[in-house]
Ligand binder design. Structure first.
Ligand code: SF4
Ligand code: SF4
Length: 401
């Protein structure tokens, strides 16, 4: 029996099941060992004590979140803390890195031709199809070497798509956490009535940027629409054309990543604009996991419809008993369903109702391991580097070496 004073409660104040400490320990132990190998890679700590301190802080922080996630079952809460931290640390780490390697976070036409632009996953749909149809790699990044080469990002994307599908958008994307963070700042949404059909816009954007990229053999989303240019790298404003592009980037960033998420508590850029997210929705059938709704337990209260940050559950989905193809597997609906009717399941495997009474089912744990490893692999190095740069700033007054 849990002590009522210390018991973990859900958002409705009900006591949640928690694991016994030894059970939690057994489940997290492989992650504790694995995380040491993943986080420790590629750094020489002997010559730099600040590297050692940043590694230890990152290691403890990430493992603490995993222990809390497994022990309490509050997947979305601890995922969000790590996901938002990862996105903020990405910005803190990425811009100084560009300063060190390229001398600036602005780029020129010469930098593009010399492949000095890091490759990012959003550009995958604009790269793959022209590469197949026209035998041309249109993105001006480095194919095999350097920071975020095309080859390494493509391999990562294929692995993640097979393992998690659209889950990449809540467990791997280094931009998504910014929006996730802004969408959680307000207590209640000020704007509630948004037609979920707007999510189809991202599919239109995907089609548009693929067609225009094939026609122009250039990454048109990067050139014209990417809101994240605002907080990463952008072309020097040297003409009216570049000025117009910069205004579009900043407007989309402020509108879809900051203001609308604050007003709606939704991830509006992910839902309405991102062509990579749309592509992940279309390829989502390949992977093994899905969010399922137990129609016998569901009372049609529609809490999940309101709480889902990506408009991935509507009345039709409740009828069908599963989230729609835009679901990012963030697990927020699982935490908020007052009937515990929603669960992470393996496609083709029947739901075992009695499993739901536990902290979370074995199927959830099978999902959680690759998902958390992805988040740690992509985010761990950036969190460590950001902490290192902050320590550097505090001790030497410099962010770059
Ligand atoms: S929150 Fe749970 S009970 Fe309410 S509609 Fe969604 S699945 Fe049904
Ligand atoms: S349906 Fe649930 S798991 Fe999927 S995105 Fe919405 S809240 Fe997250």
């Amino acid at each position: 029996m849990s002590n009522p004073e210390t018991a973990i409660r859900d958002i409705y104040g009900r006591t949640l099941a928690t694991r016994k400490p030894w059970q939690t320990l057994c489940i997290v132990l492989p992650m504790v060992l694995l995380s040491f190998m993943i986080l420790n890679r590629g750094i020489t700590i002997q010559s730099d004590p600040l590297q050692l301190i940043s590694l230890v802080i990152t290691y403890l922080f990430i493992n603490l979140l995993f222990v809390l996630m497994v022990h309490s079952g509050k997947i979305d809460r601890y995922r969000a803390i790590l996901f938002v931290t990862y996105a903020v640390c990405f910005v803190i780490s990425f811009i100084p890195h560009l300063m060190e390697t390229r001398g600036s976070n602005t780029f020129t036409s010469a930098d593009i031709l010399q492949g000095k632009i890091p490759f990012c996953h959003i550009v995958v749909p604009m790269t793959l199809i022209p590469a197949v149809l026209k035998r041309t790699i249109i993105f001006p990044g480095s194919m095999l070497e350097g920071f975020a080469s095309i080859a390494s990002m493509l391999v990562l994307w294929m692995g993640v798509t097979l393992a998690l599908g659209k889950g990449f958008c809540s467990w791997g994307c280094f931009y998504g956490g910014l929006e996730d963070g802004f969408s959680r700042l307000a207590r209640k949404p000020l704007l509630k009535k948004i037609n979920p059909k707007w999510r189809n816009l991202s599919f239109a954007v995907l089609l548009g940027v693929v067609l225009t990229s094939i026609a122009t053999l250039s990454p048109t989303y990067c050139t014209w629409l990417c809101p994240f240019k605002t907080v990463t790298e952008f072309e020097k404003v040297s003409s009216v054309l570049v000025l117009v592009q910069t205004i579009i980037f900043v407007t989309l960033f402020l509108g879809l990543v900051v203001v609308l998420p604050l007003l709606t508590k939704k991830r509006t850029q992910c839902s309405f604009l991102c062509p990579f997210g749309a592509m992940q929705s279309l390829t989502n059938k390949i992977n093994a996991f899905e969010i399922r709704i137990d129609k016998d337990k569901c009372t049609q209260c529609k809490v999940c419809i309101g709480i889902c940050p990506t408009f991935s559950i509507d009345e039709d989905d409740l009828e069908q008993g599963k989230a729609n193809l835009t679901c990012t597997k963030c697990a927020k609906c699982i935490s908020h369903c007052p009937r515990q009717a929603i669960s992470m399941e393996i496609k083709g495997v029947d739901t075992l109702c009695n499993e739901r009474e536990k902290v979370f089912s074995g199927r959830t744990l099978i999902f959680l391991y690759p998902a958390f490893i992805l988040l740690m692999t992509m985010g761990g190095g950036m969190i460590r580097d950001a902490i290192h740069r902050i320590l550097l700033l505090l001790t030497t007054g410099k962010l770059i070496q």
